[in-house]
Design a protein around this ligand. Structure first.
Ligand code: KIV
Length: 263
């Protein structure tokens, strides 16, 4: 993906979009090497990197710091940056200034905002001044307290109607793509079918136009991951085994031997 036009083209050509949420130089470098279409600098870094229970405390400065590192690691990849909680909800002017800072200071290509109708005017404003916006519906982690926890959304008819309405409103407001998180596959398919813009699913089945996962989940860093995560490797276990081996070899005087020693 080079521009937002490539997202629309991918949908038209029925080519699935791949997105990885990650937060630093080395992992962005590996995503670019693997040909991942787009990197999301997600505010999930609050949990994955900072060890918090929610994404709410993450600041704009922290997002900018991580997005700069990601851009250095992936100079040729389309990068989307999450706008953190309270950086876009207060008013349109603040949202514009903050989204502008993200693009200016990090070299990212787009921002992502959580929510539907309530942020539509802000989306319109950002898009009108040339800031590409990705939407995010379903389980929106910045609203975890209002949602009563990290729960699948769109199980009731009322919730389904609201998510569908929000998706239409966001498309109308000008987003170039929408993340659908933790919604039933049928609902994600319905939304995907009526939108012209692509949907990117996480815990939303395989009928969306693309998929996103957090890198640390898919490589198995943590012991537990949600149902929708496929663990492509067990990196957490491998790292611990390497560290244990290092400790043992140092304690026994095996490392460093002459291969790792200057004359
Ligand atoms: O913050 C994040 O990483 C996200 C993805 C999980 C979609 O929003």
């Amino acid at each position: 993906m080079k521009t937002i036009i490539d997202f629309l083209k991918a949908k038209k050509e029925k080519r699935k979009i791949t997105m990885i949420s990650t937060y630093d130089y080395w992992s962005a470098m590996l995503c670019e090497k693997a040909g991942i279409d787009t990197i999301l600098v997600g505010d999930s870094l609050g949990m994955v990197i900072q060890g918090r229970n929610t994404t709410l405390p993450v600041t704009l400065e922290e997002m900018i710091y991580h997005a700069k590192a990601v851009r250095r690691g992936a100079p040729n990849t389309f990068i989307v940056v999450d706008m953190p909680f309270l950086s876009y909800q207060v008013n349109k002017d603040e949202a514009t200034k903050n989204a502008g800072r993200i693009l200016k200071e990090t070299g990212a290509n787009a921002v992502k905002l959580e929510g539907g109708e309530e942020i539509a005017k802000t989306v319109e404003k950002l898009v009108s001044i040339g800031i590409p916006v990705m939407g995010h519906l379903g389980l929106t982690p910045q609203s975890v307290h209002a949602l009563g926890g990290y729960k699948v959304q769109g199980r009731t008819l009322e919730q389904q109607k609201k998510i569908i309405k929000d998706a239409k409103i966001l498309e109308q407001a000008g987003v170039f793509s929408i993340v659908l998180e933790a919604v039933p596959s049928k609902l994600a398919q319905e939304i995907t079918d009526f939108l012209e813009i692509p949907t990117i699913g996480i815990g939303a089945g395989n009928k969306t136009d693309g998929q996103v996962l957090v890198l640390h989940d898919l490589i198995g860093i943590f012991e537990k991951t949600p149902k929708f995560v496929k663990r492509y490797m067990e990196a957490g276990k491998m790292i611990v085994e390497s560290l244990e081996k290092f400790k043992e070899e140092v304690q026994e005087g095996i490392f460093p031997d002459e291969n790792y020693t200057y004359e």
